[in-house]
Design a binder for this molecule. Structure first.
Ligand code: PLP
Length: 409
């Protein structure tokens, strides 16, 4: 692309003819995640200037992730969703290259993944993508308001058969039954447990929590709180399963005899062969993402929770102070309400303004500059501003745009 001198002050998006947005929502994929630390971006650029053996790089990543999570092994994926797909493929195929070659066709193999109906979400498509069939258990009465119960352990027990390949447990503060209960049951029945912990960071302690509670595989997003590349994630857990995931994702266009995989990740002597391009090939992860994720993980672990909290609080205070006393809305700085982090809640008085919280979110995003607030609580009349993806200077833009919209009632 030609860079004309007159446009040299423009950023890469402007050169593409695009506007940038203020992300006062959070690291959503549709908003391209967050802002990477310059050190992470630099590590990615540096990584792009050499070639390495990809399996060796993942072998080193496995050691780094194992240390950070307490798991036997780890793997860098193209996101938590990719980690769920690869983890499911590992539970389906084990270390059998013939089965790996057949996925997502699971004819004749145990292919059922049991999960609570209340845990179903948009991302479990990744499990089905590997070839698994989702088996739902439980009636989540507590969410419909009709009662108090959620799925019971005995309902999982009743659903596990010789066709079961895994149990999927989605980590949320309110998830029931507990992971410990599910692990106890699944292991008694000889079935592995996959945990979707994509959005469970911070606190950083959660990197170790689910493994410590007995999960066989855990998926984390790299592009959310860790601050890694948008298209990165972590799969960690049992060594044999991570090995299977790796075998189904790496490029093996070579001879088995010629292949010298890193001993940190592969037990080559235990393998009878490897698949052609496994099901994971469509979610490949490049060296830049792997290095970026490992670098981001180091910074994530280095910044203690108090420092992170203080950084977030400063941005939120700026927004809250700037919006104090606005007409038609009440601003509140809340601490630790949203995954332990501070945020700013703006309660919209629809009677005064003539438009709702949902309308304000849309007005802010459609305006110029485009500001994306968090819409998760518009049903409660709240527009929420989260600090995790804001840059210095963004709070002033948020304040100005909100005030302009409130005046425009
Ligand atoms: C964000 C999220 C995912 C997907 O993570 P990616 O890293 O974007 O692939 C999966 N599951 C849950 C619960 C999530 O919140």
């Amino acid at each position: 692309m030609k860079k004309s001198p007159s446009r040299s002050n423009e950023n890469v998006y402007q050169r593409l003819g695009l506007r940038t947005i203020v992300n006062a929502s959070g690291p959503s994929t549709r908003l391209t995640g967050g802002i990477m630390r310059p050190e992470v971006a630099e590590a990615m650029a540096e990584a792009s200037q050499w070639c390495v053996d990809l399996a060796e790089l993942q072998g080193r990543a496995s050691e780094v992730i194992a240390e950070a999570t307490g798991a036997e092994a780890g793997y860098v994926t193209a996101g938590a969703s990719a980690a769920l797909m690869l983890g499911s493929a590992a539970c389906l195929a084990g270390l059998d290259p013939a089965k790996m070659n057949r996925l997502p066709d699971t004819t004749g193999m145990p292919n059922e993944v049991v999960m609570a109906r209340s845990h179903r979400n948009m991302y479990d498509h990744a499990v089905a993508q590997a070839g698994a069939k989702l088996i739902e258990v439980g009636i989540p009465d507590r969410f419909s308001g009709a009662g108090v119960r959620d799925a019971q352990v005995w309902e999982y027990d009743a659903a596990i058969t010789d066709k079961t390949a895994a149990v999927l447990w989605v980590a949320q503060a309110h998830s029931e039954p507990t992971l410990k209960e599910i692990v106890a049951l699944a292991h008694r029945r000889g079935v592995p447990v996959i945990v979707d912990a994509a959005g469970q960071l911070p606190p950083a302690e959660n990197l170790k929590k689910f493994i410590a509670e007995g999960a066989d595989l855990v998926a984390f997003s790299g592009g959310k709180a860790i601050g890694g590349p948008q298209a990165s994630g972590i799969l960690c857990g049992r060594r044999d399963l991570i090995q299977s995931a790796a075998l189904q994702q790496l490029d093996h266009d070579t001879y088995f005899e010629q292949w010298t995989p890193p001993a940190s990740l592969f037990d080559k002597h235990k393998l009878i062969g490897f698949p052609a391009s496994g099901i994971g090939r469509a979610s490949k992860c490049g060296k830049e993402e792997i290095v970026g994720l490992l670098t981001a993980l180091r910074y994530f672990l280095d910044e203690n929770s108090d420092e992170r909290h203080a950084r977030y609080l400063k941005l939120c205070q700026e927004v809250a102070n700037g919006l104090k006393g606005v007409k038609g809305a009440t601003v509140t700085l809340v601490d630790k309400r949203y995954k332990g982090a501070p945020a700013v809640e703006l309660a919209v008085d629809e009677d005064v303004l003539g438009f709702s919280a949902r309308d304000l979110v849309k007005r802010l995003q459609d305006g110029n500059p485009s500001v994306h607030a968090n819409h998760a609580r518009v049903r409660d009349g709240l527009v929420v501003f989260g600090p995790s993806c804001m840059k210095p200077g963004d709070p002033a833009i948020v304040i100005e745009r909100v005030k302009a919209e409130l005046r425009a009632k």
